[in-house]
Design a protein around this ligand. Sequence first.
Ligand code: NCD
Length: 339
Amino acid sequence: VVKLGLDMPKLFETLDDFYQSSFVSIEQLNLNSATELINLIKQTKDNPNSLSNRAKNKILYSLFFNDSTRTRFSTETAWLKLGGQIVSQVGTNGSSLNKGETMYHTLATYASYLPDIIAIRCNEANLPLKATTWFPSISWVNCGDASNEHPTQAILDLFTISEVISDISKLKIAFVGDIKHGRTVRSLSKLLNLFGAQMYFVAPVSLQNQKEYELDKISYQYVDIENLIDIVQEVDIIYATRPQIERMNDSDKQKYQNGVYQITNQIMNSTRAKLLHPLPIDSSVFPEIHPEVDSHPQALYFQQMENGLYARMAILSLIVSGNQVFTNNNQTNKNFKSY
Ligand code: NCD
């Protein structure tokens, strides 16, 4: 598969294909590998200690050039729980990027010191994909590239959905908010598309991204944000997102800062749907989820955040030590249908 004239790294037909590969796009997965991965994360969550030596004597470079709380801490903690060691870069402080060095030279430097794996978050779309073609001997893990993709987040999101919905092909989900700039929606919608889930994109027209999603053959229905109340009653999952103010033009910014929508307890009480959000919620102007919802029984975003640890333990261990059979259990997620 070629994207932007660049070869995509290996496609994952089964979990064995993760070994020593890069994971830069959710498009590398198919229905089988996605299902197997969800089952492995379930086993990891049930028995996290079983993976404790998978990264022994191995080195992760953790390059978070852009802000992150959950993705960095869960990735680094996952790696430490696998028994590995870390060198990390947070922002560009202390890096020669601040002396005008190119990203290519910077990444060439990191690659030359033989880390086993490099996790990268950056503000350039497709930089992780480029890195896999520049330095193919390294396993690169995309932890979010601009508005483009966030594949490990999509996996933990799907895992969280699988904890409450057994048959993803029957799932109805409403993505709410900034569809255009959000990378988590871009990756998760591609993943759910494999399962044939029914997806609604709820946003003002200027924050849709219909052309691109059509090109990617993502099947969804558009719902205007004014119909939020109606659509939440139809769906199993509401996936709210943060307005990506830092990526918006002035008119979209203005719109959002006036508060286009907010999920409240009143909305949650009108539906049986569970509420996800990749977090963070932007509390600075008009939080897209009212703080009262944090303790609502249908709010699953803290459970979702916690699952990031298990998802990343499973993914990183597959990459550095392969798909070894679990030592003392091989049960699968009984709640999750096989495809
Ligand atoms: C998101 C991200 O960084 O893409 N958060 C996350 O990784 N959990 C969402 C966001 O920034 O809005």
